[in-house]
Design a protein around this ligand. Structure first.
Ligand code: SAH
Length: 221
């Protein structure tokens, strides 16, 4: 059991059965990776939302986290993580749009190093503490503009962007390692699709993973 579960297990929302139901649902919706499903089961999503919403934390739905932002839907987090890690042999992953850190917490134990950029300082501060409480130490967080990526630690074997834009930021493609892959929602509000871009011998291959709905990747920090 992870530390600091706020003592609300008693209400039942964090029960093994509640989490099992979510995992079962994601499996039915096509998530195949047992490592990813195990993470969805393990990560205490109720600690990433306000206490008032904690009873809904294991529903497969996005929820508001304040400051106009949301915690992503578990299915989407699972789908993006699975798409990123399929056949993955790299070590370094860049995440843009840390938010409450739920995607970060699902991903971090499955890779060596995560670098994550968020533009809203208040979110980042809480997320830093939350990841520490969950004993996750292989994540480096930074306040900044994700359009710029994080040049200092580039290149990245994987890049995952959890906010949508009409195009893939050029800096992110620049910071992708040879053979690397980038997962990102692209398109205008209401018509976004999740893309996986894979670099192969200097050529970028694009693949659509279906329709999604994300908050926008804002320009500037
Ligand atoms: N990954 C989160 C969901 C993130 S929502 C989860 O697991 O639930 C998208 C996040 O992207 C928000 O926190 C928003 O503040 C952030 N964001 C938007 N534009 C950004 C930018 N240019 N650079 C970095 N972060 C950005």
């Amino acid at each position: 059991m992870m530390r600091n579960e706020r003592g609300i297990q008693g209400i039942g929302m964090t029960s093994a059965r509640t989490r099992d139901r979510l995992v079962q649902r994601l499996r039915e919706q096509g998530i195949r990776s047992t490592a990813v499903l195990e993470q969805i089961r393990n990560v205490p999503r109720h600690l990433f939302v306000d206490e008032a919403l904690a009873s809904r934390a294991y529903e497969d739905t996005a929820l508001p986290i304040g400051l106009g932002q949301t915690i992503s839907q578990p299915y989407i987090v699972a789908r993006m993580t699975e798409a990123l890690l399929e056949g993955f042999s790299g070590t370094r992953v860049l995440e843009i749009g840390t938010g409450c850190g739920y995607q970060t917490a699902v991903l971090a134990p499955l890779v060596r190093e995560v670098y994550s950029v968020e533009r809203i300082p208040e979110l980042l501060k809480k997320t830093r503490q939350r990841l520490r409480d969950l004993d996750i130490y292989n994540v480096r967080l930074r306040q900044g503009d994700g359009w710029e990526g994080w040049r200092k630690y580039a290149p990245y074997d994987g890049i995952i962007v959890t906010a949508a834009a009409s195009e893939i930021p050029a800096s992110l493609l620049d910071q992708l390692a040879p053979g690397g892959r980038l997962i990102m929602p692209v398109g205008p509000s209401g018509r976004q699709e999740l893309l996986r871009v894979t670099e192969h011998d200097g050529v970028l291959q694009r693949e659509s993973l279906g329709a999604v709905s994300f908050v926008p990747l804002v320009k500037g920090s």
